[in-house]
Design a protein around this ligand. Structure first.
Ligand SMILES: O=P(O)(O)OC[C@H]1O[C@H](OP(=O)(O)OP(=O)(O)O)[C@H](O)[C@@H]1O
Ligand SMILES: O=c1cc[nH]c(=O)[nH]1
Ligand SMILES: [Mg+2]
Length: 211
């Protein structure tokens, strides 16, 4: 497993506003979108390209274009939906699949309630989007899901992670496939309710306002 933690003052600034409990949903949504755009730069460093001949006003030259088959971007509902627009703006040819996973409030286990993904993900680059990597249960379930469908090139883009969650991910997934995790920050720990500390609260509720 490869972990990349963004180290950039703009990311830190936006994250601080995001964490503030006084930040309203409208601003929160905007900031999530902006943060994903910044993280996408690193997350797509190895996006597949192929050569493309073009003619400039001066000469012909060989550039690149995003390869076929196109990458597939998968927001994990609900909160991951807030990251979709920012990511597809960066990869306009990407296809979009959906995974609905919700953490059970008493067992903290991830329960799958929806999926709309191609059956065959062989040779597809997959970008999973979820702002919160807390216990790691949700991301492990999502990665297992795409691995079962043949994906081998998987990048997860998250805003916050915990050391505990990253540990779970490494133990569960790390030996099976080389997954890349791109995060804005790794926070201190989980609290007794398995919330990220200092964190930003419930990302889905803060994005969409419905508890
Ligand atoms: O690492 P974990 O301990 O599994 O927790 C992380 C998950 O919890 C949140 O989703 P939630 O279950 O609140 O669903 P929501 O996005 O619909 O609010 C978050 O968006 C992650 O998907
Ligand atoms: O802190 C947390 C943990 C899980 N899910 C969230 O939305 N926030
Ligand atoms: Mg939630």
């Amino acid at each position: 497993m490869r972990l990349h933690v963004a180290d950039h003052p703009l990311v830190d600034h936006k994250l601080t506003v995001l964490r503030d409990e006084k930040t309203p949903s409208a601003t929160f949504r905007l900031l999530v979108d902006e943060l994903v755009t910044l993280l996408a730069y690193e997350a797509t460093r190895h996006v597949r390209t192929e050569p493309k001949e073009i003619r400039t006003p001066v000469t012909t030259t060989t550039g690149v274009r995003l390869s076929d088959p196109s990458p597939i971007v998968v927001p994990i509902l609900r909160a991951g939906l807030g990251m979709l627009e920012g990511m597809t703006r960066m990869i306009p040819t990407a296809e979009v699949g959906f995974l609905g996973l919700q953490r059970d409030e008493s067992t903290y286990e991830a329960v799958t309630y929806a999926n709309r993904l191609p059956d065959d993900l062989t040779d597809r680059q997959v970008f999973l989007l979820d702002p919160m990597l807390a216990t790691g249960g949700t991301l492990v379930a999502a990665i297992d899901y795409v691995l079962e469908r043949g994906a081998r090139d998987v990048t997860a883009v998250c805003l916050l992670a915990t050391p505990e969650g990253l540990d779970v991910l490494e133990k569960s997934i790390g030996s099976r496939v080389d997954v890349q995790i791109v995060v804005a920050a790794v926070d201190e720990r989980l609290n007794d309710q398995k919330y990220i500390v200092p964190g930003l609260g419930d990302a889905g509720d803060r994005l969409y306002g419905i508890v």
